[in-house]
Design a binder for this molecule. Structure first.
Ligand code: GRF
Length: 218
């Protein structure tokens, strides 16, 4: 395949959030002073996703894109791309979107799409990371925010933070602490990417320093 350099993140990009579930990460983004005012679209693959309600209650366009209406992943991706273009989206965040995107979508948004995952990747990829960390008896798990590439839970890592697994933890307790970390890291990553402060060299990512304290949030 031709190697085409990724398109740079546009200045002050319009952001789309893809979410399938309760959307607490979407809420953290909506509540963030930087990301909140740039979220221009929320897309879900589940009609009843609370995430759609969260978006609508903020006046953000919220679209249920029904996978059952498309013959497969590629057709779904084509429809998603059309939606993203229609809303002039420059940066995409997968925040609990439980669907693998087509290669076309990933390529179109290479370097401009983030995913949040509830483990320290490459440990426990996939849809059950918190349960698997518990079942494995891991003493430490955590959160990864990474750029999306064509493999699931795989792209270059922007931020990671450990979360200790405590004696007596059940899924609810551990998930709650993982979520707290996600809600802090994901808006930071979105802002860094939107401000062009993320440099990628192969798998390694450098996040350039934030503005000094007191700097204006544009
Ligand atoms: C998060 O734990 C995220 O890491 C994973 O799915 C979960 C979504 O949670 N990919 P929410 O819908 O944002 O509450």
């Amino acid at each position: 395949m031709d190697s085409v350099p990724p398109r740079p993140v546009p200045t002050s990009p319009r952001i789309a959030v893809l979410a399938s579930g309760t959307g607490t990460n979407l809420q953290a983004l909506l509540d963030d002073p930087f990301a909140g005012r740039r979220i221009a679209l929320v897309v879900s693959d589940r009609a009843g996703a609370v995430a759609l309600e969260r978006a609508r209650s903020r006046g953000v366009p919220a679209v249920f894109l029904d996978p059952a209406s498309f013959p497969g992943r590629d057709a779904y991706g084509t429809a998603l791309l059309a939606l993203l273009r229609e809303h002039a989206i420059g940066l995409v965040v997968m925040a609990g979107f439980m669907r693998i995107l087509s290669a076309r979508v990933v390529r179109e948004f290479e370097g401009r799409m983030l995913n949040v995952h509830p483990s320290l990747l490459p440990a426990f990829p996939g849809a059950h990371a918190v349960a698997e960390a518990l079942a494995w008896g891991a003493r430490v798990t955590g959160v990864t925010v990474h750029l999306v590439d064509e493999e699931v839970d795989h792209g270059p890592i922007v931020f990671q933070e450990a979360v200790e697994v405590l004696p007596g933890d059940d899924w609810d307790a551990l998930e709650a602490r993982v979520h707290e970390v996600e809600h802090r890291l994901l808006p930071r990553a979105v802002r860094a990417l939107a401000e062009g402060r993320i440099r990628v060299e192969g798998r390694r990512v450098e996040v350039l320093a934030d503005e000094p304290a007191g700097g204006a949030i544009r």
